[in-house]
Design a protein around this ligand. Structure first.
Ligand SMILES: [Zn+2]
Ligand SMILES: [Zn+2]
Length: 142
């Protein structure tokens, strides 16, 4: 079953709609996500590329050989992480309009998690290498 999701940045200049197979949230504890978003980052996989409004306000930062991070050039909101050169997107769950339907399912880069927090949710916990291998094997989104 496919769900519609929508969201926007803090200033509202960037808006998007996308389709997802689940409402599962993946938490990433890696040091790049921590710096990028100002804390722990949470994402939802979507199918293909979202439709964007305000595309000219989206800034892209190539944070690694394989990944790109997008933000609003006006308000700085973290919008999505995607595989470089591919329509494989994970949206920042904080940007989503309806967060009541979300379920925290997986925590990745668990070995990089700072010691000062720990989620009580019952989640699957994956190392960084295991998480990246699983991600690349699921080209349509999980
Ligand atoms: Zn904005
Ligand atoms: Zn990360």
């Amino acid at each position: 079953m496919v769900h519609k999701v929508s969201g926007q940045c803090l200033c509202g200049g960037v808006r998007f709609v996308a389709e997802a197979k689940t409402h599962d949230v993946t938490v990433c504890h890696c040091s790049m996500c921590n710096r990028w978003s100002g804390g722990v980052s949470m994402f939802m996989d979507v199918i293909g590329a979202p439709e964007f409004e305000g595309r000219d306000l989206i800034g892209i930062y190539r944070s690694s050989d394989w990944g790109e991070r997008a933000f609003c050039k006006v308000c700085g909101s973290s919008l999505f992480w995607k595989l470089a050169g591919k329509d494989r997107y994970t949206l920042s769950t904080g940007a989503l309009n309806d967060q009541t339907v979300l379920t925290m399912a997986t925590e990745i880069f668990i070995e990089d998690k700072p010691a000062y927090y720990a989620f009580a949710n019952d989640t699957v916990k994956l190392s960084g290498p295991d998480a990246m291998a699983a991600f690349v094997e699921e080209p349509d989104g999980a």
